[in-house]
Design a protein around this ligand. Sequence first.
Ligand code: SAM
Length: 232
Amino acid sequence: PPLYIQRYARVIEHCKAGQYRNIADFGAAELTFVQYLKNLDFVNQIFAVDIDRNLLDSQKHRCRPQMFDYLNKRDEPLNISVLCGSVLEFDTRLYDLDCICAIELIEHLEKDDVEKFTAALFGRYQPKNVIITTPNKDFNVLFEFKPGQMRHWDHKFEWTREEFSTFCEGVRTKYDYKYTLFGVGDPPCEDQEVGPCSQGAIFTRGTAQLGPSPLRKKAGPDVYETLYSADY
Ligand code: SAM
């Protein structure tokens, strides 16, 4: 399967292993990953967040229940909410979730905003788990790129494995999260040293087993605009 499907599959594996019930997809774009999440029968809340209103408006119909969903009733109810806003901001509805996924999002943020994103994600949202994926720049030597060229016109940076590890270490020491790294997209046998095409990390909050985070904030006003909400 194409790399993006392999990525989704890996993230879904983690969601299954953790039996996450409430999940946010940050940088949800065309809402494709949400289509995979909603097939998990133990999930009862999905928040799809993106800053691109036009994109969400044009794709939100993908979250509408189909005849299949009415005929095959879920054991667990599910709500999918499509929210427009920036992941640098904080919306109390998404506080202390089981998992926040950010698949190929971070490299679309300005370098200065990476720190704000990290502070919002690990410092304020404080989900029990976070899954981040991003391109592995070490792999780019296998592409015939011009100097400085990146994989997508909107990428603000791409990280080598070492740079991504430094980022993860920063999270571990500043916020109480431990992490494990993973890769998606194997390199050719003769080029093993470049590593996988995509790199990822799954972070787990130090207090994940203790229930809600001790710093629970009072419910505040909705910061993100709800563009669509569907109950299954
Ligand atoms: N996660 C998607 C997937 O795997 O199918 C792909 C993500 S796409 C490459 C990056 C998305 O991040 C875009 O839809 C863009 O609008 C969104 N984005 C960029 N900056 C954002 C921000 N500050 N807040 C929310 N979304 C943002």
